[in-house]
Unconditional design. Structure first.
Length: 436
């Protein structure tokens, strides 16, 4: 609230909020589409591995020739230190790049909005603490489901409600865990040619389908809100919005949760493949517990969907607009000095699990690939098992055979202990081993 007013004041004073964007892919392009329609917000620097592609993305989303000509397109992330930049948006999707860019932004005193959830889950608690110590904001990206869910959890707690569960919806069937990029498009109702003509990346889209992205996003929510993660990973119960309060409550109350206070993802498909009625595939939710009879009566009086007891109710947002909503994070950081969610603890981790029998000598190919998918685990359990984080399962060679469905461990792969990304992860583990 009030962000538009504050931004107008900055615009009137001739002091626009200036942003450097790293990564002009789909999320970045959606953000760029809104920039010409947001007086007081400017993006003078865009960093991308392919500057010409980034320039073309700006044309595609409607930037005029003058705006493009006044923008620096570069592959040099050293430009982040420019004195004219106030906020850095990291939208590359690469965990290693995300950690490096976040630290460069922190060193340069720039607020960082981390679209890169993969990097956030790998080392976000450490990066957020480094940013807080430097007096700058490290923030999850509004428009993406983790920040939207964290906002709903904060709203619920600030209004005096106990949060029973929180999370998002997605399309899920158990068989999806083993899907590879070669077979992904049939599950989206597309042919390979249609997907290619639309510029869709099969491995990225497969990371949404095979459960990896859901695990990453729920770990980010847990680390930002202090909610726990299910002891055996996400169960993806089929559930529509009308049934949320009934299904997403503890088992001893008739629901599916092992306990209260968990993150969980609901599926838009029944286990036999039928669509769930009034599904939440694109949205986020929070389950509230009435603290007293009076509040429960109010739930009923004001039409909230509740369980049969009337004590559990759901609030949800049916859609999220990805990069089209990113301005909220940027302006909150620049104008209020506040994040739209950030990790404060290490409660959730995402382990690499074999999609098939893997042999020693094979090279892992990361999120959404042919070799592994990401399973959500309690951080303590992941550390105890020595599980290899999915964010490190990129171009690393196996030392041991791994059976289908088994967790890949640090000891199973060849690791360069001197690598900066691995050192950052190990430092995060050491500092947050107890959760906080």
């Amino acid at each position: 609230m009030n962000l538009a007013y504050l931004l107008n004041a900055r615009a009137a004073a001739g002091k626009p909020v200036r942003v450097a964007l790293i990564g002009a892919g789909k999320f970045g392009s959606m953000f760029l589409a809104q920039v010409p329609h947001t007086p007081g917000l400017e993006v003078p620097i865009i960093v991308d591995l392919d500057p010409d592609r980034a320039r073309e993305a700006c044309r595609t989303v409607g930037w005029d020739a003058q705006r493009i000509a006044s923008t620096t397109f570069t592959n040099d992330s050293g430009k982040l230190a420019s004195s004219q930049i106030e906020v850095v948006v990291e939208a590359t999707g690469s965990p290693a790049a995300g950690i490096k860019h976040a630290r460069r932004a922190i060193e340069a005193g720039k607020h960082i909005v981390m679209v890169n959830v993969e990097a956030d889950v790998l080392a976000g608690p450490l990066l957020a603490e480094e940013a807080r110590n430097a007096g700058i904001v490290y923030s999850l990206a509004y428009g993406d489901q983790p920040a939207l869910t964290a906002e709903m959890v904060d709203w619920a707690r600030a209004t005096g409600f106990r949060v029973v569960a929180a999370g998002k919806g997605t399309k899920y069937l158990p068989a999806y865990h083993d899907v590879t990029p070669a077979g992904v498009w049939g599950h989206y109702g597309l042919t390979a040619d249609e997907a290619q003509s639309a510029g869709m990346n099969p491995q990225m889209f497969n990371s949404f389908l095979d459960g990896t992205k859901s695990a990453i996003e729920m770990a980010a929510i847990a680390n930002a809100t202090g909610l726990d993660v299910p002891s055996d990973g996400l169960s993806f119960p089929p559930c529509g919005v009308d049934d949320l309060p009934h299904v997403m409550r503890p088992r001893d109350k008739g629901g599916v949760l092992e306990k209260s206070g968990l993150v969980e993802v609901v599926s838009s498909l029944e286990r036999d493949g039928r669509p769930v009625f009034r599904d939440l595939r694109w949205g986020v939710y929070v389950i509230l517990e009435a603290p007293n009879d009076y509040a429960a009566d109010c739930f009923k009086q004001y039409g909230l969907k509740t369980d049969a007891s009337g004590r559990y109710a759901a609030m949800y947002k049916p859609y999220h607009l990805i990069g089209l909503e990113l301005n909220i994070s940027i302006l909150s950081a620049a104008l209020r000095g506040e994040p739209t969610g950030q990790p404060h603890s290490f409660r959730g981790d995402v382990a690499s699990v074999a999609k098939r029998d893997l042999r020693a000598g094979e090279v892992l190919d990361g999120e959404g690939g042919y070799t592994v998918w990401g399973k959500l685990m309690p951080a303590a359990a992941s550390l105890e098992a020595g599980a290899l984080p999915i964010g490190l399962a990129h171009k690393v060679r196996l030392r041991n055979d791994i059976a289908h469905g088994h967790i890949v461990r640090w000891a199973d792969v060849e690791i360069d202990a001197g690598d900066d990304t691995i050192k950052a992860r190990r430092a995060m583990e050491a500092k947050f081993r107890g959760g906080h």
